[in-house]
Ligand binder design. Structure first.
Ligand code: GRF
Length: 226
C-alpha cells in the first residue's frame, strides 16, 4: 500500500503540484489522502480538486488557540488515514499537538539554506542581505520554527542582476525537485534521525543540476525521476 500523506497549504500550492506530478509520473510512491488549507479559496485547493484529491478548509481564525486549531488538523488527517504530514507553503506555526501526533513523519520546506533566514519572506531576507548563494531546505518539523533535522538542501546562485522575484523563482524551481524526493525517501522508510543528523539510506552523491540555465548543487543528490 502506498504511503499516504496529507498536504497542508495556505496559498498557491506549486509545491503541492510538484508532488502531484511526481506521483502521477510514478516516481513518487505515495498517495495524497487529503489536502488541507487554512485559507479558503486559494489556488492550491483548485489544483487539488483538478486532480480529484479530497480537500478541506480548516480556517485557523475559527479557533481560539493554536492548539485547538492543530487538534482539528490532527482529527482530519487521522480520519483520512494519512501517515505523513507535508507542510507545503503552510503559513502557520504548528504546536506539539500536531508534531507529537505525527512524530518523525512531518516535513516542511523552507526557501533558504537553513539555518539562514528563518520565518516569513526568506527569499526577501536573502535578497536584502545580498547573499551570493541561496536555496531551499526540506526538514523534519520540531517544536522550533524552521529548525528540525535537515533531509536535503539545494543551493542556487544569487546573480547580480537578480531581484527578489527572480531569486525566488530560481529557488522555487529547486523546491519542486527536492520536496518530492524527500517525501519518496520518507515513504520508503529510508530516513533515520540521529539527533540533528538525518541519515538517508543509500543516498545518491551530491549532484549538480540545471535550473533556469544556472547550475545548482543538491545534497544528497537527486534520484532518477526527481
Ligand atoms: C514556497 O516558497 C515555500 O518554500 C514557502 O512558501 C512558498 C509556497 O509556495 N514556505 P507554494 O504555495 O508551494 O507555491
Amino acid at each position: 500500500m502506498a504511503y499516504s500523506i496529507a498536504v497542508l497549504i495556505s496559498g498557491s500550492g506549486s509545491n503541492l503540484q510538484a508532488i502531484i506530478d511526481r506521483i502521477e509520473q510514478g516516481a513518487l510512491h505515495a498517495e495524497i489522502s487529503l489536502v488541507i488549507s487554512n485559507r479558503p479559496g486559494v489556488r492550491g485547493l483548485e489544483r487539488a480538486s483538478k486532480h480529484g484529491l479530497p480537500t478541506l478548509v480548516i480556517d485557523h481564525r475559527k479557533y481560539s488557540t493554536r492548539e485547538d486549531f492543530d487538534a482539528a488538523l490532527v482529527r482530519a488527517i487521522m480520519d483520512r488515514g494519512a501517515r505523513g504530514v507535508i507542510l507545503a507553503g503552510f503559513m502557520r506555526i504548528v504546536t506539539p499537538v500536531l508534531i507529537n501526533a505525527f512524530s518523525g513523519n512531518i516535513l516542511n520546506i523552507h526557501p533558504s539554506i537553513q539555518p539562514a533566514f528563518p520565518g516569513v519572506n526568506a527569499q526577501k531576507q536573502a535578497f536584502d542581505y545580498a547573499v551570493r548563494i541561496s536555496g531551499c531546505s526540506i526538514h523534519f518539523v520540531d517544536d522550533k520554527m524552521d529548525h528540525g533535522p535537515i533531509i536535503i538542501q539545494a543551493a542556487v546562485p544569487a546573480m547580480a542582476e537578480d531581484d527578489e522575484k527572480s531569486l525566488g523563482s530560481r529557488i522555487l524551481a529547486l523546491e519542486h525537485r527536492i520536496y518530492p524526493q524527500a517525501i519518496q525517501w520518507l515513504a520508503q522508510g529510508r530516513l533515520e534521525i540521529q539527533g540533528r543528523k538525518v541519515m538517508v539510506k543509500d543516498p545518491p552523491d551530491p549532484a549538480a543540476v540545471e535550473t533556469q540555465g544556472y547550475p545548482a548543487l543538491v545534497s544528497p543528490g537527486l534520484e532518477a525521476g526527481f
